[in-house]
Design a protein around this ligand. Structure first.
Ligand code: NG1
Length: 394
């Protein structure tokens, strides 16, 4: 633990911290808006992380102080199986989410004093929210002597985050917990598992944040939840078609067992325009993830980049989660020589990720940094390296 963190903790709580939890953010390489359909996705954990210095308390009180106190004021609540949420958008709701899930599922009763710090940009599609949920879960598990397996934590954290009212899938929590240095993480569901896939040393991913923040506690929440409901309706609509009799009931089994063209042909004659486009995104993205994993395994950067471009087009045209700023940044990355570029995360603003050869990354970064729609702070554009997953330390 850094001495600055230790000092800040002592100033806040009048005693030294004992343990530290770290949970990274993630950038999703491909497989967007399909985790909540149970389809595999391919993110990687990044070096930016939420860090919590903490000490267990003898009672159920959870006291939180944020290193960025100007934006995120101190919060307190009691750990129980029914924790009242703070007002919508309050940062403590992610800690409340973790605490309630651990109390309900593992009988956690012991609170913590915690100093929360981190460098995952919030509201950027880089999963600062899940990093906070995962870091709090690790800290509270440790304080309560809960010996948790990784897969169990992935599952628990994914469900826990529904506390904030977003019907999200399990990608972010699995990436944060399952990351490995130098590797992308193939996340599969039901049951959740994370398999590392090495990234060739000459590949470089560059992330650029747009100036448009995407507050999942704000308007993006309704837009996101609407997509989840539309996907459910699209699947039900296709399955109800006489021609689909005997077809499997889940997205995963459909993508595994039925040819892509047959799925698309049936959906286009069965569903209305909007649901048919949503269905097409989910199915084509599901197949793209499989192709992208094969491209990564054989170090075919050109093919991986092409799949990123196709993913982005599908998110824009069929899933309608892009915006002019993300269009401008992906176009700028490609014009500067990126092999592929796509929005990353939920969309509606936030960030893009581009793939480039490492020796050409500087040119892409400069083009993105100079672009008028890029965020204006010092780390709006950065090279993302695949980092290790969440951990406990001292
Ligand atoms: P963001 O908003 O980028 O953290 C969200 C969901 C994911 C996934 C992506 C879209 C949360 C916590 N995460 O990620 O589960 O569905 O959108 O692929 O809401």
């Amino acid at each position: 633990m850094e001495s600055a963190t230790r000092d800040a903790f002592e100033r806040a709580f009048g005693r030294p911290p004992v343990r530290a939890a770290r949970a990274p953010g993630r950038v999703n390489l491909i497989g967007e808006h399909i985790d909540y359909c149970g389809l595999a996705v391919l993110p990687m954990a990044i070096e930016r992380a939420v860090r919590i210095a903490f000490v267990a308390r003898p009672d159920a009180r959870v006291r939180l102080v944020n290193a960025d106190g100007a934006r995120f004021g101190p919060r307190e609540f009691d750990l129980s199986t029914a924790i009242d949420p703070a007002p919508r958008g309050d940062w403590s709701n992610y800690a409340r989410a973790a605490a309630q899930a651990l109390a309900r599922e593992h009988g956690a009763r012991c609170g913590i004093d915690a100093l929360v710090a981190g460098d995952v940009p919030p509201a950027a599609g880089l999963s600062s929210s899940s990093a906070l949920v995962v870091a709090c879960t690790l800290a509270l598990s440790e304080a309560n002597g809960i010996d948790a397996r990784r897969e169990m934590l992935m599952d628990l954290c994914a469900r826990a985050e529904h506390y904030v009212g977003v019907e999200s899938g399990g990608m972010d929590q699995a990436a944060s917990l399952g990351g490995q240095a130098g590797c992308a993480v193939l996340v599969e569901f039901d049951p959740v598992r994370a398999t590392p896939v090495p990234i060739p040393a000459e590949w470089q991913f560059v992330v650029a944040r747009s100036a448009v923040g995407v507050e999942k506690s704000g308007r993006a929440r309704e837009a996101y939840n609407a997509r989840v409901a539309e996907c459910r309706a699209a699947l039900a609509g296709v399955r109800a078609a006489p021609a689909a009799r005997g077809w499997p009931s889940t997205w995963r089994a459909l993508v595994a067992d039925i040819e892509e063209q047959r799925l698309l042909a049936l959906s286009s004659t069965t569903l209305d325009g909007l649901l048919s486009r949503r269905f097409r995104h989910v199915v084509t993205e599901g197949f793209r993830v499989q192709r992208a994993v094969r491209a990564l395994e054989r170090a075919d950067a050109a093919e991986f980049g092409r799949l990123m471009d196709l993913s982005h087009a599908s998110l824009r045209d069929d899933f309608e989660v892009s915006c002019p700023e993300l269009e401008a940044l992906t176009a700028a990355a490609r014009a500067a020589g990126a092999l592929g570029a796509r929005l990353t995360g939920a969309g509606f603003g936030g960030a893009i990720v581009a793939l480039t050869r490492a020796d050409e990354a500087g040119r892409i970064e400069s083009a993105l940094r100079a672009h008028p729609v890029a965020a204006r702070d010092h780390d709006a554009v950065f090279r993302a390296s695949a980092a290790a997953g969440a951990s406990l330390g001292s």
